[in-house]
Design a protein around this ligand. Structure first.
Ligand SMILES: [Zn+2]
Length: 216
Protein backbone atom coordinates (compact mmCIF):
# COMPACT_ATOMS: atom_id res chain seq x y z
CA UNK A 1 0.00 0.00 0.00
CA UNK A 2 2.81 2.34 0.90
CA UNK A 3 3.89 2.93 -2.69
CA UNK A 4 0.80 4.91 -3.51
CA UNK A 5 0.66 6.83 -0.27
CA UNK A 6 3.20 9.40 -1.17
CA UNK A 7 3.92 11.17 -4.39
CA UNK A 8 7.60 11.62 -5.17
CA UNK A 9 8.94 15.03 -4.34
CA UNK A 10 8.68 17.58 -7.12
CA UNK A 11 10.58 20.81 -7.25
CA UNK A 12 7.68 23.02 -8.23
CA UNK A 13 4.13 22.06 -7.60
CA UNK A 14 0.67 23.22 -8.48
CA UNK A 15 0.77 24.78 -5.03
CA UNK A 16 3.29 27.31 -6.29
CA UNK A 17 0.98 28.47 -9.04
CA UNK A 18 -2.00 28.52 -6.72
CA UNK A 19 -0.06 30.36 -4.06
CA UNK A 20 1.03 32.93 -6.62
CA UNK A 21 -2.64 33.38 -7.50
CA UNK A 22 -3.67 33.76 -3.89
CA UNK A 23 -0.71 36.02 -3.21
CA UNK A 24 -1.46 38.32 -6.13
CA UNK A 25 -3.94 40.07 -3.87
CA UNK A 26 -1.42 40.20 -1.06
CA UNK A 27 1.52 41.76 -2.83
CA UNK A 28 2.99 43.23 0.33
CA UNK A 29 2.83 40.00 2.21
CA UNK A 30 4.96 36.95 2.79
CA UNK A 31 2.57 34.10 2.14
CA UNK A 32 2.94 30.43 2.99
CA UNK A 33 0.47 28.32 1.02
CA UNK A 34 -0.14 24.72 2.11
CA UNK A 35 -2.42 22.07 0.65
CA UNK A 36 -2.84 18.32 0.63
CA UNK A 37 -4.68 17.38 -2.53
CA UNK A 38 -2.63 15.43 -5.08
CA UNK A 39 0.21 15.53 -2.57
CA UNK A 40 1.14 17.39 0.56
CA UNK A 41 2.73 20.55 -0.74
CA UNK A 42 3.50 24.14 0.04
CA UNK A 43 4.75 27.29 -1.61
CA UNK A 44 6.30 30.45 -0.29
CA UNK A 45 5.48 33.73 -2.03
CA UNK A 46 7.46 36.80 -1.02
CA UNK A 47 5.79 40.06 -2.07
CA UNK A 48 4.22 38.50 -5.12
CA UNK A 49 7.24 36.41 -6.20
CA UNK A 50 7.44 32.66 -5.58
CA UNK A 51 10.46 31.75 -3.44
CA UNK A 52 11.93 28.43 -4.53
CA UNK A 53 15.22 28.46 -2.64
CA UNK A 54 18.75 27.85 -3.94
CA UNK A 55 17.94 24.39 -5.28
CA UNK A 56 14.22 24.68 -5.84
CA UNK A 57 13.64 22.79 -2.61
CA UNK A 58 12.14 25.50 -0.42
CA UNK A 59 8.77 24.55 1.05
CA UNK A 60 8.98 20.86 0.19
CA UNK A 61 6.45 20.66 2.98
CA UNK A 62 5.38 17.05 2.44
CA UNK A 63 8.91 15.87 3.06
CA UNK A 64 9.56 17.61 6.34
CA UNK A 65 10.73 14.75 8.61
CA UNK A 66 8.24 15.61 11.32
CA UNK A 67 7.35 12.19 12.83
CA UNK A 68 10.02 10.83 15.21
CA UNK A 69 10.97 7.26 14.17
CA UNK A 70 8.25 7.42 11.52
CA UNK A 71 7.79 5.10 8.57
CA UNK A 72 10.01 5.35 5.52
CA UNK A 73 8.80 7.70 2.82
CA UNK A 74 9.19 7.18 -0.92
CA UNK A 75 11.80 9.93 -0.86
CA UNK A 76 14.05 7.70 1.29
CA UNK A 77 13.68 9.70 4.46
CA UNK A 78 11.77 8.59 7.55
CA UNK A 79 8.78 10.30 9.11
CA UNK A 80 7.88 12.74 6.33
CA UNK A 81 4.68 14.71 6.80
CA UNK A 82 3.39 13.02 3.65
CA UNK A 83 3.52 9.63 5.40
CA UNK A 84 0.88 10.80 7.87
CA UNK A 85 -1.07 13.47 5.98
CA UNK A 86 -1.15 12.49 2.28
CA UNK A 87 -4.64 11.91 0.86
CA UNK A 88 -4.08 8.15 0.47
CA UNK A 89 -3.05 7.84 4.12
CA UNK A 90 -6.15 9.65 5.37
CA UNK A 91 -8.39 7.63 3.02
CA UNK A 92 -6.86 4.38 4.34
CA UNK A 93 -7.35 5.38 7.99
CA UNK A 94 -10.93 6.38 7.19
CA UNK A 95 -11.43 2.91 5.64
CA UNK A 96 -12.26 4.35 2.24
CA UNK A 97 -9.83 2.25 0.16
CA UNK A 98 -12.63 0.12 -1.29
CA UNK A 99 -14.62 3.23 -2.10
CA UNK A 100 -11.55 4.62 -3.88
CA UNK A 101 -11.03 1.38 -5.82
CA UNK A 102 -14.64 1.51 -7.00
CA UNK A 103 -15.12 5.21 -7.66
CA UNK A 104 -11.62 6.65 -7.94
CA UNK A 105 -9.53 9.05 -5.90
CA UNK A 106 -11.56 12.16 -6.63
CA UNK A 107 -14.86 10.67 -5.52
CA UNK A 108 -13.18 9.07 -2.49
CA UNK A 109 -11.76 12.42 -1.41
CA UNK A 110 -15.17 14.01 -1.85
CA UNK A 111 -16.71 11.20 0.23
CA UNK A 112 -14.03 11.70 2.89
CA UNK A 113 -14.67 15.45 3.01
CA UNK A 114 -18.40 14.78 3.28
CA UNK A 115 -17.97 12.26 6.10
CA UNK A 116 -15.70 14.63 8.02
CA UNK A 117 -18.29 17.39 7.61
CA UNK A 118 -20.92 14.92 8.86
CA UNK A 119 -18.65 14.11 11.87
CA UNK A 120 -18.48 10.43 10.98
CA UNK A 121 -16.20 9.01 13.71
CA UNK A 122 -13.58 7.19 11.65
CA UNK A 123 -13.25 9.89 9.00
CA UNK A 124 -13.03 12.59 11.66
CA UNK A 125 -10.39 10.65 13.61
CA UNK A 126 -8.37 9.99 10.44
CA UNK A 127 -8.45 13.67 9.53
CA UNK A 128 -7.65 14.98 13.04
CA UNK A 129 -4.58 12.74 13.20
CA UNK A 130 -3.37 14.26 9.91
CA UNK A 131 -4.28 17.76 11.11
CA UNK A 132 -2.19 17.25 14.25
CA UNK A 133 0.90 16.55 12.15
CA UNK A 134 0.15 19.38 9.72
CA UNK A 135 -0.08 21.73 12.70
CA UNK A 136 3.16 20.39 14.11
CA UNK A 137 4.89 20.91 10.75
CA UNK A 138 3.65 24.49 10.72
CA UNK A 139 5.10 24.97 14.22
CA UNK A 140 8.49 24.34 12.59
CA UNK A 141 7.98 26.19 9.31
CA UNK A 142 6.28 29.34 10.60
CA UNK A 143 9.16 30.44 12.89
CA UNK A 144 11.57 29.67 10.04
CA UNK A 145 10.02 31.98 7.45
CA UNK A 146 7.72 34.20 9.60
CA UNK A 147 4.91 34.62 7.06
CA UNK A 148 2.21 37.29 7.27
CA UNK A 149 -0.40 34.69 6.51
CA UNK A 150 -0.72 30.94 5.98
CA UNK A 151 -3.21 30.12 3.24
CA UNK A 152 -4.71 26.65 3.58
CA UNK A 153 -5.84 25.43 0.18
CA UNK A 154 -7.50 22.52 -1.59
CA UNK A 155 -9.57 20.04 0.40
CA UNK A 156 -7.90 21.22 3.60
CA UNK A 157 -9.43 24.70 3.16
CA UNK A 158 -12.81 24.04 4.83
CA UNK A 159 -10.90 22.24 7.62
CA UNK A 160 -8.59 25.17 8.26
CA UNK A 161 -9.86 25.57 11.84
CA UNK A 162 -8.62 22.07 12.76
CA UNK A 163 -5.14 22.87 11.40
CA UNK A 164 -5.21 26.22 13.20
CA UNK A 165 -6.05 24.52 16.51
CA UNK A 166 -3.27 21.95 16.06
CA UNK A 167 -0.78 24.67 15.14
CA UNK A 168 -1.62 26.89 18.15
CA UNK A 169 -1.48 23.97 20.58
CA UNK A 170 2.26 24.48 21.09
CA UNK A 171 3.40 28.05 20.47
CA UNK A 172 5.74 30.36 22.37
CA UNK A 173 4.12 32.34 25.19
CA UNK A 174 6.13 35.52 24.76
CA UNK A 175 5.39 39.21 24.89
CA UNK A 176 2.21 38.82 26.88
CA UNK A 177 0.57 36.81 24.13
CA UNK A 178 1.77 39.04 21.28
CA UNK A 179 2.52 35.95 19.18
CA UNK A 180 -0.77 34.24 19.87
CA UNK A 181 -2.60 35.56 16.83
CA UNK A 182 0.21 35.47 14.26
CA UNK A 183 0.35 34.41 11.63
CA UNK A 184 -3.26 34.17 10.57
CA UNK A 185 -4.33 30.89 9.00
CA UNK A 186 -6.96 31.48 6.34
CA UNK A 187 -8.83 29.19 3.98
CA UNK A 188 -7.73 29.57 0.37
CA UNK A 189 -10.18 30.69 -2.27
CA UNK A 190 -8.72 29.29 -5.48
CA UNK A 191 -8.36 25.66 -4.34
CA UNK A 192 -10.32 22.57 -5.28
CA UNK A 193 -7.58 20.82 -7.21
CA UNK A 194 -9.51 17.63 -7.39
CA UNK A 195 -12.79 19.21 -8.40
CA UNK A 196 -14.41 17.74 -5.31
CA UNK A 197 -17.48 19.89 -5.62
CA UNK A 198 -20.19 17.63 -6.93
CA UNK A 199 -17.97 14.54 -7.10
CA UNK A 200 -19.48 13.00 -3.98
CA UNK A 201 -22.97 13.48 -5.33
CA UNK A 202 -21.98 11.94 -8.66
CA UNK A 203 -20.46 8.91 -6.93
CA UNK A 204 -23.61 8.41 -4.86
CA UNK A 205 -25.82 8.88 -7.91
CA UNK A 206 -23.71 6.21 -9.61
CA UNK A 207 -24.08 3.91 -6.59
CA UNK A 208 -27.82 4.51 -6.49
CA UNK A 209 -28.11 3.79 -10.20
CA UNK A 210 -26.18 0.52 -9.86
CA UNK A 211 -28.32 -0.52 -6.86
CA UNK A 212 -31.46 0.21 -8.84
CA UNK A 213 -30.20 -1.78 -11.82
CA UNK A 214 -29.21 -4.67 -9.49
CA UNK A 215 -32.73 -4.73 -8.02
CA UNK A 216 -34.44 -4.42 -11.38
ZN1 LIG B 1 9.53 12.10 2.03
Amino acid sequence: MEHDLVSPPVLRTAASARAAGDAAERRDDIVLHVSGDAQVSAAIVVRGAPYAGAHGLAATFGHLPIVPNGVKCECGQRGCLATVAAPGVVLAKAELQDFELTYGRRAAMAELAGRIADSEDRARWAWLDAALWIGRALQVVVPTIDPDVVVVGGWWAPLCADIDAAFRDNRPKLGGGALDAIPRLVAGTSGDDLGLVGARGQARDGLRASLVSDVA
